[in-house]
Design a binder for this molecule. Sequence first.
Ligand SMILES: [Zn+2]
Length: 199
Amino acid sequence: MKKILIIVIFASFFYGCINDQQNEVENILIGMYQWESRTNGLVKFILVPIGQEEISIFKSSIKKYDGLTLTNKWIMLSDTSVRTVVHETGHVLGLQHEHQRPDRDLFIKIDYDKLLDKYGLAGLYSFLYIIPELYDYQKYNYDYSSVMHYNSKNVGDVIDSNGIPLSGDTPSEIDIQKIKDIYADNPRVITYALYGFNL
Ligand SMILES: [Zn+2]
């Protein structure tokens, strides 16, 4: 009886591991497909063999961040939730953090003491003003629900949005509108490869 119990525990442990890894890849596919389906295919992500990709997606174990996009060519994921995938691939498509809009102080209040306490000087980097290159941010309302806005889970104590919920898990209407505006005349196919994931 004891033996069977041990086998069951081991089997469920291994099944759990395999299942988690499948879910990770599934989440990546689901996250990317949100951009594709909601823009009616204006942007598409296609998985290609390693070495042939435009963007490389790495599994990371650095829990200090959920995800990180570097020069729009590398994505590091330590959290493989659909939201993190949607957010990081949003960067690749050209979207900037909504809370870094130069006019953001009209809409949110940032507690710099808490920001420095929590993240140190490096934390400031994600709160500097940025003028997005690919779209005119002034054409769009400040988008509290943008998937590119840091949310209460990440920085609830740093950003005061006057009670307005910050960011969802999927692209907002305005996120989608921006992508449609950017790519209306130039649909884009982006190839990617996965590093460190079990395919
Ligand atoms: Zn980001």
